[in-house]
Design a protein around this ligand. Structure first.
Ligand SMILES: Nc1ncnc2c1ncn2[C@@H]1O[C@H](COP(=O)(O)OP(=O)(O)OP(=O)(O)O)[C@@H](O)[C@H]1O
Ligand SMILES: O=P(O)(O)OC[C@H]1O[C@H](OP(=O)(O)OP(=O)(O)O)[C@H](O)[C@@H]1O
Length: 230
């Protein structure tokens, strides 16, 4: 039996800051932003064969963890990571009291929308009860409640677009960017719930107690402002 040994990167040292990034589609856009703000993972982060989940950083007092998008918010809200990057969709869905989102990074732009089959003419407003497939049950319930509709949410983790044609739910609430996925699955967007962008998030207690967290917020704010059109 061969062993690859334990990567030094996965060893958590006391006093190190933990920065959480999502492994999904925001990451490619986030890495250059992070580099300009002084946060750069070591080479192992880019090794497709690596099974490590925690990585060293060019800054020795920091490590980077790569987790699922929803889990970035959970790690930071509980103080297991002090800083992270995540879409505002995730922040709004959880609404964690200990999580603060001080910088809009202007990347990962998309929207959370309601959609239905193109040949379903009934509007939700004429229905008092509705089954909706979504990865965002909290935002979905809040949206429909405001319109006086009791939405029964069927939680899916992907491929929401299949639900209406298969009779799982009449409508869906999902992320839309170009609209291609909706179109190619015979759906139409009927309303936008939330315009979304990726944010820098920090744990509120860490921000108050660790000056390095406040310095990171400043660095990311300056980086985002430098990209804003004049
Ligand atoms: N089509 C899109 N265009 C732009 N940004 C998007 C798009 N879809 C998702 N995002 C943003 O990227 C984040 C991560 O989405 P992604 O689809 O990569 O995650 P996922 O695959 O659903 O995550 P996981 O597999 O961890 O559940 C979303 O929370 C959202 O903020
Ligand atoms: O409007 P579009 O440009 O077509 O983008 C929308 C799609 O992007 C996201 O899915 P993703 O591709 O991340 O896959 P997922 O279903 O695994 O989340 C989202 O859930 C939609 O399915």
């Amino acid at each position: 039996m061969t062993t690859t040994g334990t990567s030094d990167n996965s060893i958590f040292r006391p006093g190190q800051l933990t920065f959480a990034v999502p492994k999904g589609r925001i990451l490619d856009e986030a890495l250059p932003v992070m580099a300009r703000a002084g946060v750069e993972p070591g080479a192992e982060f880019h090794d497709p064969k690596s099974r490590a989940l925690a990585f060293g950083c060019l800054r020795p007092d920091m490590r980077i963890i790569r987790v699922r998008a929803f889990d970035v918010a959970t790690f930071v809200a509980h103080g297991a990571a002090q800083v992270g990057i995540v879409g505002s969709d995730v922040i709004e869905e959880f609404d964690y009291a200990d999580l603060y989102a001080p910088v809009d990074l202007g990347i990962g732009l998309c929207r959370l929308s309601v959609a239905r089959m193109a040949n379903d003419s009934d509007e939700a407003t004429s229905i008092s009860h509705l089954r909706v497939a979504t990865k965002y049950p909290s935002l979905t319930r809040r949206h429909f409640e405001a319109a006086g509709v009791a939405a029964e949410c069927v939680k899916l983790n992907g491929a929401m677009e299949l639900a209406p044609s298969l009779g799982l739910a009449r409508q869906i609430v999902d992320l839309v960017s170009t609209g291609t996925t909706l179109r190619e699955n015979g759906l139409v967007e009927t309303s936008v719930i939330l315009d979304i962008s990726a944010r820098l998030i920090v744990n509120r207690t860490a921000l108050k107690t660790d000056a390095r967290v406040a310095a990171l917020v400043d660095a990311f704010r300056r980086e985002a402002e430098a990209r804003e059109p004049a």
